[in-house]
Design a protein around this ligand. Structure first.
Ligand code: SAM
Length: 477
């Protein structure tokens, strides 16, 4: 692709598309493939973007689809999971089960995107004494050959970094939510080479615009009675808080917009959605006066007289930048909505699981500037290399390594032609290669034999298939 074209992205573990939307807002990015396995999140994603994201990234089929997709940027807000002990010892190539990051790593290995952007909970950096994070960085830096912004390579490829360099907080990016999260931005050394030293050693720490300054700015005007707490429940929360305090613990319910605080901000919206909503209660006398003391719906006690309620899904939507920002049309009309019939519980879960879009937008702008600065400095040869799609460059790199001086540009070109005709994941016969290259079957056979020696193809009973050089990488998933 030309350096001036839009960068194509794939959106893995995409949820309702907060990461994708942040990149789209930055301009210069377009989405070409998405994957999400939660049906309700897929419904919202399809409703918002018109794309069917129903794919599971652990399935071989999906990996093959990615191998056939020409794209530049891999996005993933993947779940934080414990890594198996095998993973700790041997790295991602030997780990076949369970850990989403390793499936992502495998996709990166085989399709070599130019840029990788990952998002996760804050705890990722300290999880398991820091070793989970160390494995992730080591995989990206040393196994996949990416430069992670904020990491330096020391002697023997040891990695030097501060965990805090990867934590960014939504409250510094224009929204009133305290949401520290881990963000990883990585650029392929195979594409950008020495130009990587042109880019900053830190991602942005704050944003350039204020969308909502205070929780008071995100509150709904008309709030249904059902959001107000039953007096019995509020009493339970008060008792719980008092007990916690007596035991020296700080945890309890929290009324966010208490008087006297100039610009109150909310606590982190939780991925668990509905549960934990008491961490972000609202004092709302305007709506509360209307229903205080009333029996409503299935509540067992009357609505409380202190005008305390939970937040609404719309308020969570503003705290993440979905509502009132990311989907506004040019004339200021709200473009965000959920599909008809989506339950409140799902809405909370989907927003809580998602990201703060303005923060992602800043990250995308940062990536755009880095790519521009590096590609502007390219030689003609580097420019050509940059135009080779990832799976083909993967072959190129393998051939270069294996055949060393033997490798000729023509060989690479042929190889690229084959990859683009058959796709990296499909099997093929000698006859197919002879057709694609327009050579005799004997020449095609000889060519395939060289590629087999180079570890680029594997011969089955009567067909060939591509494989990455190291067999141990071709784990069955
Ligand atoms: C932390 S959320 C990411 C949310 C997303 N960034 C957003 O803006 O909504 C992680 C998502 O990964 C999805 N997920 C987990 N395992 C998956 C898999 N094997 N394939 C596809 N998606 C998966 C979950 O369903 C969940 O929606």
């Amino acid at each position: 692709m030309e350096a001036t074209d839009k960068m194509r992205m794939i959106d893995l573990c995409c949820g309702i598309g907060g990461i994708r939307r942040g990149f789209e807002l930055a301009g210069g990015f377009e989405n070409v493939l998405s994957a999400e396995k939660d049906e309700y999140a897929c419904q919202t994603y399809e409703h918002l973007f018109g794309d069917n994201a129903r794919n599971d990234i652990t399935y071989d089929e999906f990996r093959k689809t990615v191998c056939r997709t020409d794209y530049d940027v891999l996005l993933a807000g993947f779940p934080c999971q414990a890594f198996s002990r095998i993973g700790l010892r041997k790295g991602f190539k030997d780990t076949t089960k369970g850990t989403i990051f390793f499936y992502i790593a495998r996709i990166i290995e085989q399709t070599m995107p130019k840029v990788v952007f990952l998002e996760n909970v804050e705890n990722l950096v300290s999880h398991d004494g820091g070793s989970t994070f160390e494995i992730i960085l080591n995989t990206l830096e040393n196994e996949l050959n990416y430069h992670v912004v904020g990491v330096e390579r020391g002697e023997d490829r040891g990695l030097i970094y501060h965990k805090s360099s990867f934590i960014r907080n939504t409250k510094n990016f224009g929204l009133p939510q305290n949401r520290p999260r881990a963000y990883i931005v990585a650029f392929s050394r195979d594409y950008f080479g020495e130009h990587l030293n042109l880019i900053p050693d830190s991602t942005p720490v704050r944003g350039s615009k204020v969308i909502f300054e205070s929780v008071r700015d995100i509150l709904d005007e008309n709030v249904p009675d059902s959001f107000f707490l039953a007096s019995g429940f509020l009493k339970t929360l008060e008792n719980h808080k008092a007990r916690q305090k007596k035991n020296g613990n700080g945890f309890g319910y929290r009324i966010v917009n208490v008087e006297g605080v100039e610009n109150p901000i909310s606590s982190t919206l939780l991925a668990t959605g509905g549960s934990g909503k008491e961490r972000n209660l609202i004092y709302d006398p305007i709506n509360g006066r209307r229903c205080a003391g009333m029996m409503v719906g299935r509540k067992k006690t009357p609505i409380n007289n202190e005008y305390v309620r939970t937040m609404t899904p719309e308020e969570w939507g503003r705290l993440q930048g979905f509502i009132g920002y990311a989907f506004l049309s040019e004339n200021g009309n709200e473009g965000f909505s959920f599909p008809e019939g989506m339950s409140n519980q799902q809405k909370f879960k989907q927003f809580g699981n998602s990201v703060s879009i303005p923060l992602i937008e800043e990250m995308a702008l940062f990536i755009k500037r880095c790519v521009k600065d590096m590609t502007d400095a390219f030689s003609e040869e580097e420019r050509q290399r940059y135009s080779i799609p990832g799976p083909q460059l993967r072959m190129f790199v393998n051939l270069e390594k294996e055949l060393k001086e033997e490798v000729k540009p023509k060989t690479i070109e042929k190889c690229c032609r084959i990859v683009s005709e058959v796709g990296v994941s499909n099997e093929f016969r000698v006859k197919d290669i002879s057709n694609i290259l327009g050579v005799s079957q004997v020449s095609a056979y000889n060519f395939l034999h060289r590629m087999e020696r180079a570890g680029c193809v594997r011969k089955g009973r009567d067909r060939y298939e591509f494989e990455n050089k190291k067999n141990e990488f071709a784990v069955n998933v």
